[in-house]
Design a protein around this ligand. Structure first.
Ligand code: ADP
Ligand code: MG
Length: 682
């Protein structure tokens, strides 16, 4: 590996700045690819100018002068046979002003926009000459524009990449066998073209070069996770063979039978648990598909085998709800689950920690608090994580390692109601086996979803009122104000007050993220018991909350929420036999994209379909959460645009893993920085 300092012009100062761009070695520069190109290879006439596009144009100056307006500016008019164009400079000096003389020829490069009097260019690059002088030659190549940082100019990056192409391109190893490239260019060829396209390089060629490199990057991530998955097979976990009279007995105490999909999921989980290596399973199922029972059966089986289970929920609200549900279900078996959350008082907290350490508590529900330093499990064999697909890979392993005891690590079951489209799964979850519960329990009436503008708020309030008089309950969700949780809580508080004023005969509750756990819980309790008719809430109720009598949900400013999030929220209703509905309030006018999004959610109740649309429209950040995408930056590939490469990734990966372990290692080293690799590879 050759350090950057080997290149001409790179001293310690520039070196430091380049590190901010993740550039350490000469080969890093080769993978530092342009984000776009400027085209100075063609001169266009004034009537060929396209607003908001950078172009090269030339004309004769026919007038210039200072305009005193809101902002003083120097205007200069130029003309060619096809029209005229204004150049506007806000910053200029005397000599610049003097040089812009009538009759001179000016060649400009910049973006045009529609100004007060026709097309104009603001601060273009320009070159002046006298009319008898010959025109300077045009560029032979497109100009690459690189991702830059303060103090590192495009010209510097151009010079550095030029040197890198000269000294290092030949050393770049092609790691993909030709058979797997499906006619895409070789790596050196793709790099050369992307850095230095010529006037003859077509958009299509650039696109194929991008694809070639994106393919390799997606493949590297997939391989890295696949290796982790293989490595797990070599680790030890406590095998829990599947003979479970207690689970069978438990199932007979339920007022329903499992759906086929639940049964299948359970069979897969029991099979995993019987292995002497740790289960790593992702259980995906739409809201209301009945994941809790499946998790509980796995927990019970583990407890029955004499080991401990920890079930972790993302919020205190959800943890305590799970705790209650579990204990109700477990009561006939005379088993009691424990609860451990961050906000518990010292004494009960101490008590549960002691029970976990002695092993007398076998099933524990909690939040992150379960994995604090003070907590030691006696014989933890299974960790279940609910509604937490947003965990990054590294966090998943941190949790699992917490549960290590002796030389075994716990089995892990991760449950998510946000379906993960294949593209994401192949890139970010390739270390996990996956089960999908693709069937809802019978007897559910589909939720009816309507969109209504904010201006008809009073009508909606009347509907809410009528609903409550029939003995039903209502969720009222307040807008997401992403920048600030405080503002979100404030908005909810105001909404609650306003609704209370208008519907003074009803009892209204409020939950938001700034409330203490005990307060939140007591409000939720009252809602559960039907003492509160309308629950005004922020998006804290997004996941898991289960109150079957609530059959109407109003979501304010729905246009601001992501599709998957709306779907999750909506899943809070439609849990009883009653027909349920969801009203999406929006502020008019809607943008075309927002209109399309609301249409999707109105017309579909299929979480997978919705997640796919969400990925298409908003990219992976919304689905994975910022934490995850932040840690796992893709440099080149774009999960939305490059989805079609995934089948190829899947096709190539097993071959490489089986036949070319050296290549696999090199691919991972090339694409995933040491610090971001989940575990040491090879
Ligand atoms: P989620 O998958 O969203 O976590 P839950 O586990 O909370 O869903 O289940 C939603 C509701 O469906 C619960 O009230 C649960 O008791 C009920 N339920 C689960 N499985 C079945 C089934 N097979 N038949 C009928 N109702 C079921
Ligand atoms: Mg759930």
């Amino acid at each position: 590996m050759t350090a950057l300092s080997a290149l001409k012009g790179v001293g310690p100062q520039l070196s430091n700045k380049l590190q901010r761009l993740q550039l350490y070695a000469v080969t890093d520069l080769l993978f530092h690819l342009p984000i776009r190109y400027q085209d100075r290879t063609q001169l266009v006439t004034i009537n060929q100018l396209i607003p908001a596009t950078e172009q090269l144009v030339e004309g004769t100056i026919t007038g210039s002068g200072i305009r005193f307006g809101k902002r003083r500016s120097l205007l200069c008019t130029l003309e060619d046979q096809t029209g005229s164009l204004t150049i506007r400079l806000f910053h200029f000096n005397k000599s610049q002003q003097a040089a812009l003389q009538n009759g001179r020829t000016i060649r400009c490069f910049g973006e045009t926009r529609r100004g007060p009097s026709g097309l104009e260019m603001v601060h273009p690059e320009y070159q002046l000459r006298d009319s008898h002088q010959p025109p300077p030659p045009l560029d032979q190549r497109l100009t690459p524009i690189y991702p830059a940082t303060e103090g590192v100019r495009q010209r510097t990056l151009f010079s550095l990449t030029t040197q890198a192409l000269q000294v290092a391109l030949a050393t770049v190893e092609e790691l993909l066998p030709a058979s797997s490239r499906q006619g895409l260019p070789s790596l050196p060829e793709a790099l050369q073209t992307l850095h230095r396209p010529t006037a003859a390089t077509s958009k299509e060629q650039l696109h194929r070069c991008h694809e070639r490199i994106a393919l390799e990057e997606l493949l590297a991530h997939h391989l890295s996770l696949s290796l982790i998955r293989l490595q797990h097979r070599t680790e030890q976990a406590i095998p829990l063979p599947a003979d479970q009279p207690q689970v069978k007995q438990f199932l007979t105490t339920l007022p329903f039978t499992l759906t086929g999909a639940q049964q299948r999921a359970l069979n897969e989980i029991f099979k995993d648990l019987s292995h002497p290596y740790p289960m790593q399973r992702l259980l995906q199922g739409d809201v209301g598909s009945g994941k809790t029972i499946v998790a509980l059966c796995a927990a019970l089986h583990t407890a029955e085998s004499g080991y401990q289970v920890a079930l972790m929920a993302p919020t205190e609200l959800l943890a305590s709800q799970h705790h209650q549900v579990l204990n109700k279900l477990l009561a006939p078996l005379k088993i009691e689950a424990g609860l451990l959350t961050g906000s518990m008082k010292a004494a009960p907290r101490r008590a549960i920690i002691d029970q976990l350490e002695s092993g007398s508590c076998t099933i524990v529900v909690g939040t992150h608090a379960l994995f604090q330093k003070q907590v030691h499990f006696n014989k933890l064999a299974l960790v279940i994580i609910d509604e937490q697909h947003r965990f990054g890979v590294d966090q998943r392993y941190a949790l699992q390692q917490k549960g290590e005891s002796g030389n075994t690590i716990p089995h892990q079951l991760i449950m998510t109601a946000t379906p993960i489209p294949r593209t994401l799964a192949m890139t970010f979850y390739a270390d996990l086996d996956s089960t999908i519960i693709d069937e809802l329990p019978p007897g559910r009436t589909p939720i009816k979803t309507v969109t209504i503008p904010e201006s008809r708020r009073n009508e909606i309030l009347q509907r809410v009122h009528a609903n409550c008089q029939l003995g039903k309950q209502v969720y009222w969700v307040c807008p997401l104000i992403e920048e600030s949780e405080a503002l979100q809580c404030q908005a909810a508080t105001e909404s609650a007050e306003q609704i209370q004023q208008q519907l003074s005969d009803l009892k209204i509750g409020l939950v938001h993220g700034k409330m203490g756990a005990a307060d939140k819980e007591s409000v939720m309790e009252q809602f559960h018991r039907g003492e509160i008719q309308i629950l005004v809430a922020t998006t804290v109720i997004e996941v898991g909350v289960d109150v079957p009598n609530a059959s109407l949900m109003i979501i304010e400013s729905a246009e601001r929420l992501g599709l998957s999030q709306l779907h999750q929220l909506r899943g809070r209703v439609g849990r009883g036999a009653e027909a349920s509905s969801c009203v999406l309030m929006y502020r008019a006018p809607l943008s075309p994209v927002a209109t399309e999004r609301l249409k999707t959610i109105r017309e579909s109740t299929d979480g997978f379909e919705i997640a796919r649309k969400d990925l298409e429209m908003r990219g992976p950040g919304e689905l994975l959460g910022r934490r995850q995408t932040g840690a796992l930056q893709l440099k080149i590939a774009d999960l939305t645009q490059d989805q079609h490469l995934i089948p190829l990734v899947e096709q190539v990966a097993p071959d490489l893993l089986n036949h070319a372990p050296e290549q696999v290692k090199k691919l991972i080293q090339r694409w995933i920085p040491e610090g971001e690799r989940y575990r040491s590879v090879g």
